[in-house]
Design a binder for this molecule. Structure first.
Ligand code: PG9
Length: 644
């Protein structure tokens, strides 16, 4: 808005009059500056440049979905549509209540798009019945057979036919659960849908996202989330009419969940039968058709819209989903524009922070800002507005440790070499295999004293646990620690990490948690200013951790007890990493059998854990073998030395 002030001063005006003019000038300047200042603030820009309308859009089965639409006031040109479908409410409601920001970033709001937000079926002000991660129906025989793909198709069809000044092109984006709804738009996409960005998308809640990893229940997240999210909703409501979050009797979550006892007490003491999704989880403890139907990736064929899949290497919720969605689209669609961006981010960090640091670790640059300006904005401009082709690399990945963006023609990079790092006696990690005839570590795991997943006491999980100092764990007798010699050169890892262990237990089931850690040198300097009062000397930075519930080691569908006291192979893949262990650092592996209360406790007895009793929980002696013929190793994706 140009505030151009043209002021006439009357030479003959007396001092009083000139003072009046001066005051008027100052006031007008204030108004203009304020207006400019207002325009520069995001919320003011939204109010000054967009007009909101609210609309029910009718789906093919007659169900009406509540849709909030922000139209550019400048109607002198046509705009593409950017659609976000969410189970987390399109609030604020009311045509005079505006969102403070629009779009995946305000860069797009300032660039000019029509922004559309929709409450998905069965949530908030939309009609219909909600289904968790709606199973996709590949062939729909009647108008009654609907899913998120059909709801998105019907929504887009209405938008392009009814919104003024739209240019007939539609993009979608979403983080987390909204990321799933973006992915779900891809099968049988409407021809107007040209660009889709699933970001940290919910992809498989049994294998690697949010609620379970390799069949192990993520107890604390599942408890708090389902209590609030899965309450019955008999009719459309706004958030002020919605349920309140669970009220914990203590702010010490470790204490609360330990005193909870067996997981079956969740229903018996708190949920009853009222939380539908919790009931589903109890009914489906293994990877059966219930969970398989909720993995959208097997339907990602013949994809037409360009895709930009975004994730964070330190995302506590959907790192797996981002990587799995990218890989599925890549493998199942040849000659399709599919880009992966992975940054050093927490869940949604690319949109919710500058990306200059996370936890105690600094990255030396605003990684999120760079991504928004150089990837996301040009991606949508190109596909929706005919802007220049940003020539995005196949994979754009921020490598921590060396703190630099890397671009690859394929992910994981073709150059990495799967390299065996062997667990050895005396807590060593070595490139050479053990030769001893008998060598193992033996320790006790006690489910009444599970290993905490993070240091400190708090009610809500902090996302920084994904990158936090692991010294609180490495000093416990039930955490086995193996570390390399001090590195004499940088070691860069890019790709998947594989844990390949030979173990035994006196129990008949067990959880295995493997942690990959970057050990800083003792003389590593502290940050200046050290506002967090952190001690980086000898810091044990978590690079990647993952759990495998022992019963699923051979099959997620068909659990198998572990034969007590028998050497047993437990082999599984941890989500990809991109990290350089600098010369002077050490590579550390920690192994433990609990990760609490992030993950529920394994009774260490082969029983249905959702219905286990207190008496089922037993201490167990564990062995980790590192001897000839029973080598335990971690396979690391090592890049060629000196890779530019
Ligand atoms: N993926 C996130 C989440 C879903 C369900 C449970 C917990 C977290 C999210 O949608 O924010």
């Amino acid at each position: 808005m140009n505030g151009y002030i043209h002021l006439l001063t009357n030479k003959k005006a007396d001092r009083k009059a000139s003072l009046k003019h001066t005051l008027l000038l100052l006031f007008l300047c204030f108004c203009v500056c304020t207006s400019k200042a207002q325009d520069t603030s995001d919320s003011a820009f939204v109010r000054n440049h967009y007009i909101k309308k609210e609309q029910y859009i009718t789906m093919r089965d007659g169900v009406k979905l509540f849709t909030s639409i922000y139209l550019p006031k400048d109607q002198s040109k046509k705009y593409p549509i950017l659609l976000n479908r969410t189970p987390y409410t399109v609030a604020p409601y009311g045509k005079d209540s505006y969102k403070k920001t629009l779009g995946p970033s305000m860069l797009l709001a300032r660039d000019g798009y029509i922004f559309v937000y929709q409450d998905v079926r069965g949530k908030w002000m939309s009609e219909g019945t909600f289904k968790d991660v709606t199973p996709h129906i590949p062939v729909k025989k009647t108008k009654k057979e609907v899913d998120e793909s059909s709801d998105t198709y019907d929504t887009i069809d209405w938008l392009v036919k009814n919104l003024p000044n739209n240019n007939g092109k539609v993009g979608m984006y979403g983080i987390s659960y909204p990321g799933f709804y973006s992915t779900a738009a891809l099968p049988g996409a409407h021809k107007a849908l040209k660009a889709v960005s699933p970001q940290a998308p919910v992809t498989d809640w049994f294998i690697g996202d949010d609620f379970h990893h390799n069949g192990a229940l993520f107890l604390a997240d599942a408890f708090g989330f389902t209590y609030l999210f899965n309450q019955p909703r008999p009719k459309p409501i706004t958030p002020d009419q919605g349920p309140a979050a669970f009220s914990f009797p203590t702010r010490d979550s470790y204490k609360f969940f330990l005193e909870l006892g067996p997981v079956k007490n969740v229903k018996e003491r708190y949920f009853g039968d009222s939380i539908s999704f919790w009931n589903d989880m109890v009914k489906h403890p293994n990877y059966d058709s219930y969970w398989k139907a909720r993995n959208i990736t097997k339907h990602l064929f013949n994809i037409k819209p360009a895709t930009l899949v975004v994730g964070g290497f330190f995302d506590a919720e959907d790192t797996w989903g981002a990587l799995a969605t990218y890989q599925a689209i890549e493998k199942q669609n040849k000659h399709h524009s599919n880009t992966l961006v992975m940054g050093p981010w927490f869940h949604g960090g690319w949109a919710r922070s500058t990306g200059e640091k996370f936890g105690d670790i600094a990255f030396g640059q605003p990684t999120s800002t760079w991504y928004l300006q150089n990837v996301e904005l040009p991606f949508f401009r190109h596909h929706l507005k005919g802007g220049p082709d940003p020539q995005l690399a196949e994979a754009i990945v921020f490598e921590t440790g060396s703190n630099q963006w890397k671009k690859y023609s394929v992910w994981p990079p073709a150059e990495y070499k799967a390299t065996n790092y062997y667990l050895r006696a005396n807590g060593k990690l070595s490139l050479s295999a053990p030769t001893q005839a008998s060598s193992f570590d033996e320790y006790q795991s006690d489910p009444s004293k599970p290993v905490p997943f993070d240091d400190g006491t708090r009610l809500n999980r902090r996302r920084e646990y994904m990158i936090a100092d692991q010294r609180f764990a490495s000093r416990r007798p039930d955490v086995m620690v193996y570390q390399s010699d001090v590195l004499t050169r940088d070691v860069t890892l890019s790709g998947p990490v594989i844990a390949d262990l030979i173990v035994s237990t006196t129990g008949t089931d067990a959880d295995y948690v493997v942690k990959l850690i970057d050990v800083y040198p003792d003389d590593y300097p502290n940050p200046k200013p050290n506002t967090e009062n952190v001690e980086m000397s000898g810091y044990q930075m978590l690079v990647r951790a993952e759990v495998m519930r022992g019963r699923y080691r051979n099959s997620l569908e068909k659990p198998e007890a572990i034969a007590a006291n028998q050497p047993t192979r437990v082999k599984y893949t941890l989500p990809d990493v991109a990290h350089t262990f600098k010369a002077g650092h050490k590579i550390m592996i920690q192994i433990q059998n609990s990760w609490f209360p992030l993950v529920d406790r394994n009774p260490q007895k082969y029983v249905d854990i959702y219905n286990a009793n207190e008496s089922d929980f037993q201490k167990a002696m564990h062995r980790i073998y590192h001897q000839a013929g029973k080598e335990s190793k971690i396979v690391l994706p090592v890049m060629p030395a000196g890779k530019p």
